[in-house]
Design a protein. Sequence first.
Length: 530
Amino acid sequence: MSNGFRVCNRRSSSGRTAAERTGAVGVGAAVMAALLLLAGCAVGPDFLSPPAPAVTGYLPGKQASAAASDGAAQKFLKGRDIPGEWWKLFHSRQLDKLIAEALVGNPSLQAAQATLWQAQENLYAQAGTQLPTVDAKPSVSRQQFSPAQFGGAGSPSIFNLFQASVNVAYTPDVFGGKWRQIEATQAQADYQRFELEATYLTLTSNLATAVIQAASLQGQIDVTGDIMKAESGQLDVMRKQFDLGGIAKTDVLAQEAELAQTQALLPPLQKQLSQQRHLIMALSGRFPSEDRAGAFRLSALQLPTKLPVSLPSKLVAQRPDVRAAEAQLHQASAQIGVAVANRLPQFTLTGSWGSSALTAASLFSPSTIVWNLAAGATQPIFHGGTLLHQQRAAEAAYDAAVGQYKSTVLTAFQNVADSLRALQSDADSVKAQDAAVHAASDSLDLSREQYRLGAITYVNLLTAQRTYQQARLNLVQAQAARFADTVALFQALGGGWWNRLDVKPDPLSPEAPQVEAAVATVSPARPSRR
């Protein structure tokens, strides 16, 4: 296929890493062998994980670094792995504490975890359909029997009837329909697992970005306060000059208006900062009234200078959304096999062994034993085209999943490319804004001195003031954008979830020892609880 994509259906069970296979638990060799034998007979396409796109880079040319004039050059280390707790590269205890609280208290993460548990238990339940069902059926009844029912004569008789039996039923998975359904359910559990990882990554990234944005707003408020202080001092000087007759009243009024305009910038910034802090509390699983985080400042964050950039060939395995799309593709492939098996004969085996006696004491005596064995088969002949069209619908769903997978992969590469390009632009922007602040500061100092000596008009001074004010605000925004785009790069590369140490396998469900073989042979990967 085009665009470097190729989707193959040639083998059963997708490839997984050794770390993902740690959850599988084996059972009896006989059961395992039987299930493997049935797996080999499953109808429908066998699933193979799509290979990584055949591209060698994210952007044209080479991207080695993004250097700014402040000395904080960010180097892109191609092929390096991403730490599981990437946010610690910013060396902010405040950020570390907030993320630790969010990982415990965020309700969206809790909901995603519970959804994973649900999918996992559904997998165990579905795997149990491969095994026979055994039910005990005891009963006690009091009956009246009349000989007239069989054409006889005589008075009715009343008696007690005690019955106890064990019923066994088994539906052999001759064509692998159940097996494909287990495979589909396993893929659904994989999907929920990677949805949980995506929720984890989104939460940590959004929280880090929110902290950076709050620090940016606080920085802009601080800059605005400094400018107000300088403009207020300038106004005091101008008022004295006016009292001495050195300047016109219009210049004083213009400076008062300029100070008032600067003061008017504060309320919107303070409102945005409050809203950002409320967002931080919500992401942390706390109420806005529980805000005890203190002030956020960019100076408390350290810009990571060595940025690991995964190889393009590894990106599809690292992005949770791509892995989730692959799981959906796997599920759609397995559903084709289910639809095909539904059109083939279905076989059933049943049997029972028990006892029927007139007294409880005589139960299970040789003369009261009853048993039966039965076998049956059902071959669909005419269902109004329902089964055929269900198969075609499953095939169309698979084609749709292929398209969705390709779109997700393209978006993943786009995200990384956008982040790399943004960081390069951010470095240039910080460099330009830093130079602009120095130039505007020198210009303002010179303009104030010239205005004091009467060499220029107030209009020139006002222009210099506004230029300096805007330059300082732009520098704070550019610095914050560089931090935020660094977070975006870690998020675009998958966030290093595969290197996390806080994921532990959960205990097996009560029925798991009986069905784990079926789960393990479908796919070695098994979801885990945190």
